[in-house]
Design a protein around this ligand. Structure first.
Ligand SMILES: [Zn+2]
Length: 652
């Protein structure tokens, strides 16, 4: 079945025709086929779901990783008179309630949320109470462990889709290697014939790699800018560098500003606005910039530091030349930043000891089964991170690995704490309900520890005295909140898992998980090596980039990249990488040992010393103020491997 939706498209959005790939995606979705769409940045991915949402009977739920992206898409939809909303941390309770009402009444057809929102018990209850026609996952490559922006929570989306009975899914991404593509499709049971990929190659992007040592970078940058007339972005790795480079450009008569996550949001908005209006020529940005920017006439994208990965590189250069006019993309390349990037990878790998602490916590809690004969484990990420001394991101990864190994299975998450305050008088609320409900609500109110204004609900006490399950209490509170009788607030997300005891107690579990992380570490280090190799290729850069993302139709020689123009880059270090100094390291280790003596309830391990020396942090360091100890970060420019070897030789 095919139909022509062009007149609808024109009527709703004012566009005269679909762009490449859009019609195929729309057609599949309207035939109830879940679809994966891989379009380059700026080629109208979002329109696919936006159009389809207007044709579906119920809600379209969009999961997006970034608030700026959501706000941008909402502004677009509103400009077309299409009712859409988001539920996010910037909303007041009142606005939140309004959005939920609009969704419930069908007035609002598109709702945008972050993946973390699903952990909210109240939100899931709300979703279960309405009909959802389609789930859209934006930046869907976050679901793949093989991808560059793996977000462990995304792995749970297929289960949510199933639990909420959502019949249709659309995955959107700009960058996916073949492996990532197939992985994404498999997780949502999307057929290969429903993967729509448009050409990756952008003939108007002129890719250049310019080898330059650190000391000459500013001059090289200035030279690049002198050849430009339009606006552009300069990408750097660190906030500090963004400030320094922007200042340098200003001193040289350039209308430039720094942009990074450390700036207040109103300053960031002003910069975005000025850039859109061409009041600024250059934005010197960390990767935080550009995600929500839809400026079509960006004429250059310069990487002052090496990008984090080939995927990041392709996304960042993809912001250039969206109007189809030429844009120049130049990487000012040397190997100086590589050690730092590599060290960050090592810093994120948890010790086997730390993994054992997590396993022990699960085992300690899950000794006795609940009334259904299930072993349960409840945890809060923050405190587990402190307890295990694993940073939050790798810890999330560890939990997902435990899920995939079927050691734990997520049951639900809830806010450990609900508090509320009365808006309507208590007696007046009770009077509105018939006897049984009145008695129940009275029990809820009685077993709430009221302070001056707010009270914290005591679920255990309600259950003991009245026998009401938590779910019923939450539903009631939610109802009162919606009807403006109380103001409800919640905090401390607690995840509840079912524990598979035999699998948890398997002898080799910790070792297996540790080797998973070791493999991951290796994979990440390889990814960095691939990136360096990419910039040193002697084959057309555009063709190689297209091949990396599985586009077989790009020309073998673009004719307009630096390799096609005869310049093969060779990257080098500006300075030789220093070796760690034995005396200095021994002193620093002694200082750390003295500082942590009597404070530490777990053994001080080799990797803790290594992280201390290489300027990496871990939860325990923050808690015990380790950054103040003399010698912290004294080997930050050294290779982690060299530091590790030396530390091992100094340990008894
Ligand atoms: Zn080329």
């Amino acid at each position: 079945m095919t139909a022509d939706y062009t007149s609808q498209l024109h009527h709703l959005f004012g566009f005269s025709s679909f762009r490449t790939g859009q019609q195929e995606v729309v057609q599949r979705l309207l035939n109830q086929r879940s679809t994966l769409a891989i379009f380059p940045t700026g080629s109208g991915k979002s329109l696919c779901y936006q159009f389809v949402a207007t044709q579906l009977p119920h809600l379209t739920l969009v999961v997006s990783p970034l608030l700026a992206l959501m706000k941008d898409q909402l502004a677009f939809l509103h400009s077309k008179g299409i009712a859409a909303a988001s539920i996010d941390s910037t909303l007041t309770h009142e606005q939140n309630r309004q959005v939920m009402n609009d969704v419930r009444t069908g007035h609002c057809k598109i709702l945008m949320v972050s993946v973390e929102r699903f952990k909210n018990e109240r939100f899931r209850q709300f979703l279960a109470s309405i009909e959802v026609s389609m789930l859209v996952v934006d930046e869907a490559h976050c679901i793949s462990e093989w991808g560059h922006n793996f977000r462990p929570d995304y792995l749970k989306l297929p289960a949510y889709k199933q639990a909420l009975n959502i019949p249709l899914v659309l995955l959107l991404t700009a960058t996916a290697t073949k492996k990532v593509k197939l992985d994404m499709a498999r997780r949502f049971a999307i057929h290969t014939e429903d993967i729509i990929q448009t050409g990756f190659y952008r003939p108007n992007l002129n890719l250049n790699v310019l080898p330059v040592v650190e000391a000459n970078k500013n001059e090289a940058l200035l030279q690049q800018l002198h050849q430009q007339s339009g606006a552009g972005i300069v990408y750097v790795t660190l906030q500090k560098t963004a400030e320094e480079v922007a200042r340098f450009l200003q001193q040289n008569g350039c209308r430039a500003k720094a942009y990074h996550a450390g700036l207040d949001s109103d300053i960031r908005q002003t910069i975005q606005h000025d850039f859109m209006q061409n009041h600024l020529q250059v934005v010197v940005a960390t990767i935080a910039f550009g995600m929500g920017i839809d400026k079509s006439d960006i004429r250059f994208v310069i990487h002052y530091d090496l990008p984090k990965s080939i995927e990041n590189y392709s996304q960042e250069i993809g912001r250039g030349g969206r109007d189809g006019q030429p844009a120049i993309c130049t990487v000012l390349a040397n190997l100086d930043g590589i050690v730092t990037i590599e060290n960050f990878v090592y810093g994120d790998t948890p010790d086997q000891d730390a993994i054992v602490r997590v396993i022990d916590d699960i085992a300690a809690q899950g000794k006795t089964p609940d009334s259904n004969g299930r072993y349960q484990w409840e945890t809060q990420l923050n405190s587990l991170s402190t307890l295990s001394n694993i940073r939050q991101l790798p810890l999330k990864t560890l939990l997902v690995q435990l899920e995939l190994a079927e050691v734990i299975r997520p049951l639900y998450a809830y806010f450990a704490e609900f508090k509320f305050r009365f808006i309507t008088d208590k007696a007046q609320i009770l009077n509105q309900f018939s006897a049984e409900r009145r008695e129940f609500l009275n029990a809820v109110f009685t077993h709430t520890n009221m302070k001056k204004v707010w009270g914290v609900v005591d679920f255990d006490s309600i259950y003991q005295h009245y026998g009401a399950e938590r779910g019923r209490v939450v539903t009631a509170l939610e109802y009162l909140h919606e009807h403006n009788h109380i103001e409800l607030a919640s905090r401390l997300i607690t995840d509840v898992y079912e524990v598979n005891q035999p699998k948890l107690l398997a002898d080799d579990l910790a070792a297996k998980l540790a080797s998973y992380f070791a493999e991951n570490e290796e994979k990440e280090i390889q990814r960095i090596a691939t990136l360096v190799r990419f910039f040193e290729l002697d084959k057309c850069l555009n063709a190689s980039l297209s091949a990396y993302f599985d586009d077989q139709h790009a020309p073998a020689q673009c004719g307009h990249c630096s390799v096609c123009k005869g310049k093969v880059a060779k990257l080098s270090y500006s300075h030789p990488i220093p070796m760690p100094d034995k005396t200095q390291v021994a002193e620093a280790m002694a200082a750390l040992n003295a500082h942590l003596k009597d404070k530490l309830d777990i053994p001080l391990t080799e990797s803790m010393y290594c992280r201390f020396l290489t300027n990496m942090t871990m939860p325990l360091f923050t808690r015990l103020k380790v950054k103040q100890v003399a010698g912290f970060g004294c080997c930050e420019h050294c290779r982690y491997g060299d530091v590790k070897t030396l530390v091992a030789s100094l340990l008894p």
